[in-house]
Design a protein around this ligand. Structure first.
Ligand code: ADP
Ligand code: MG
Length: 216
């Protein structure tokens, strides 16, 4: 291709996902970043997965309640993607189209980590589903809050289905998140979530400032 004819890289979507284990601080940090973004006058949509629409919240209840072994792992992965398809269609894509920032508490990396690394589902199959369901709506930035598993579980405020899956499961998914982040360093940034809330929030603001043309 002639010099000067290189395609201009698409700007990263203003879609920021927060990933990490239970109690890593995702909800806390999303609230803080939303406040910083809103202070600039920007619109912000805060949402979560699984869930975010009435239908997807119904699917969430199937996933986070009940016995640890209630689903075949394949069924479980498909339920997550079903909820995600609803959430993308009815919340994420419309909010991005309206010019909002979308801050999402967990997204597709959690399915790869939990159902792939945690529950042993074939990673290639999960990535195929991901490409099909997520398409061009991959996050512009994913913040992985990394914390020792025991610390996160001690911080976690609920005792729901995934929290009850045992230490080995949670160690596997922490490894999974690290592997996902290492394989996609442009999209994923890892933050040590063991520090104080304000310091982590400042580190996240710095990441957002570096990735997007905004000053926070
Ligand atoms: N950096 C931090 N240090 C100590 N406690 C924290 C920190 N961040 C969050 N917490 C507390 O830990 C608990 C879980 O945090 P939360 O944001 O709900 O995590 P997550 O959404 O990742 O499960 C909450 O009680 C929260 O106030
Ligand atoms: Mg939370």
């Amino acid at each position: 291709m002639a010099a000067g004819r290189q395609p201009i890289p698409a700007a990263p979507l203003r879609f920021i996902t927060f990933e990490g284990g239970e109690g890593a601080g995702k909800s806390t940090q999303i609230r803080s970043l939303a406040e910083s973004l809103r202070a600039t006058g920007a619109g912000v949509t805060i949402t979560r997965e699984p869930g975010g629409t009435p239908g997807a919240e119904q699917i969430r209840a199937l996933l986070v309640e009940g016995a640890a072994g209630r689903w075949q792992a394949e069924s479980e992965a498909l339920l997550h993607f079903a909820a995600r398809a609803e959430h993308l269609a009815h919340v994420v894509r419309p909010a991005l189209a309206a010019g909002d920032w979308v801050l999402c508490d967990r997204f597709a990396d959690s399915t790869i980590a939990y159902q792939g690394y945690g529950q042993g589902i074939d990673l290639a199959w999960l990535w195929t589903l991901r490409r099909h369901i997520v398409g061009d709506t991959e996050p512009g930035l994913t913040i992985l809050l990394d914390l020792p598993v025991e610390t996160g579980l001690a911080r976690a405020e609920t005792e729901q289905r995934y929290e009850r899956m045992g230490l080995d499961f949670h160690r596997r998914l922490a490894e999974g998140f690290r592997a996902i982040a290492a394989a996609d360093p442009e999209r994923c940034r890892t933050i040590d979530a063991g520090g104080d809330v304000a310091g982590i929030a400042a580190a996240i603001r710095a990441l957002v400032t570096a990735r997007y043309a905004v000053t926070l």
